[in-house]
Design a protein around this ligand. Structure first.
Ligand SMILES: Cc1cc2nc3c(=O)[nH]c(=O)nc-3n(C[C@H](O)[C@H](O)[C@H](O)COP(=O)(O)O)c2cc1C
Length: 353
């Protein structure tokens, strides 16, 4: 009840103010609220060498500075991805830069990696007890002259404090960043990071987060580099620069990345395409437009072992996570799956590996 009222009030604020207030509330009051009920055992899954209590994660961008990972785990998420974090702090783009598309259950953001930088985030992560699965998403500073060096630096600083590292080469809001998805650049980037990881005493899984705005050739190239590069996962996908004709909101023409309901089908399409290319050698995390257990289940059947969401949380509030888990269990039971792992890729035919 309290949460429902708080969510309704926050929706009256400008989007970025509402987000900042949510982080403050989570920091100060999360432990006063009852923790989410335990997850159904059918949702437990082992992926990336880690045991996930459930496959529903909080996507990057909500907790950019690792201020509230434990509060978000308490809401019932199976894992939380903090970031994107860059080596040096940066302000991001001028405001306004975050827009709700209420009629479309969507958001457009052009935040531009506003974050406090890796040193502050490292201090925060070092101070927390390592409980629950927390990944860290890394990126490059906008004014960097050597972007690969930026990824190497934030990896070195943050990887030892995280359960996995997501390499974000797909934000549309840092000019030129998406070029790192090209074959030659991506090969160099992943080589740098796998070399850095080889020096760790306790190596972490590496995942690459890709854009939805990629053609078949680009998907082929990424799949080839990922398979050759020895990384463990792909996160599919980031926000889109496309603007479907169906959008109704007055803010639909704002520049930036679109997320939420309009991304659900396109991101599931790319996920399926990627699964067909990488088979089961690489774990897939499906993200884009998940607002229900049915949405999560569609991504799991298309090949995702884990899923993430962000935008739906801003419309539905924190009770969403428990609802999605309940609905997902219902989907599994209806279709005769004993566990969520059995449903991964169920829509796909025989795979090449
Ligand atoms: C306000 C906002 C900020 C975001 N910031 C980041 C970010 O810093 N790094 C990143 O990899 N993805 C970021 N994302 C993308 C999300 O992680 C996710 O990939 C995308 O929103 C699709 O999921 P959704 O439809 O459930 O929101 C952001 C999304 C939103 C809405």
């Amino acid at each position: 009840m309290v949460l429902a009222v708080a969510t309704a009030v926050l929706r009256l604020f400008p989007a970025e103010t509402a987000h900042r207030t949510t982080i403050r509330l989570a920091q100060n009051f999360a432990t006063l609220l009852p923790a989410a009920p335990p997850s159904d055992p059918r949702l437990a899954i082992r992926v990336l060498g880690r045991d996930f209590d459930n496959p529903i994660g909080l996507a990057a961008g909500f907790d950019k500075n690792a201020e509230v990972p434990d509060a978000m785990l308490r809401l019932g998420f199976g894992f939380v991805e903090c970031g994107t974090v860059t080596p040096r702090p940066q302000e991001g783009n001028p405001r306004p830069r975050l827009f709700r598309l209420r009629e479309d259950r969507a958001v457009i953001n052009r935040l531009g990696f506003n974050n406090q930088g890796m040193a502050v985030v490292a201090t925060r992560l070092s101070a927390r007890a390592r409980r629950g699965i927390v990944g860290i998403n890394i990126g490059a500073n906008k004014d960097s002259i050597d972007r690969i060096a930026d990824y190497r630096a934030s990896f070195a600083r943050l990887a030892p404090l995280a359960d996995y590292v997501a390499v974000n080469v797909s934000s549309p809001n840092t000019p030129g960043l998406r070029r790192l998805q090209n074959r030659a650049e991506l090969t160099g980037l992943l080589q740098t990071l796998t070399d850095a990881r080889a020096k760790m005493t306790d190596p972490v899984p590496l995942l690459l987060k890709i854009a939805p705005d990629l053609d078949g050739q680009a998907l082929d190239d990424i799949a080839a580099v990922v398979l050759a590069g020895g990384i463990e996962g792909l996160i599919v996908c980031n926000t889109t620069i496309a603007r479907p004709d169906t959008l109704k909101s007055p803010q639909a023409a704002q520049a930036g990345g679109l997320s939420g309901a309009p991304l659900q089908a396109p991101s599931t399409f790319i996920l399926r395409e990627m699964r067909a290319r990488v088979g089961t050698k690489v774990s897939l995390v499906g993200v884009g437009g998940i607002a229900s257990g049915v949405d999560a289940y569609a991504k799991i059947r298309a090949g995702a072992s884990l899923v993430q969401l962000y935008t739906a949380l801003t419309f539905s509030g924190p009770g969403l996570v428990t609802r999605i888990k309940r609905e997902l269990v219902n989907c599994l039971a209806r279709d005769g799956f004993k566990s969520v792992g059995d449903a991964v890729g169920a829509d796909l035919g025989p795979l090449k590996n």
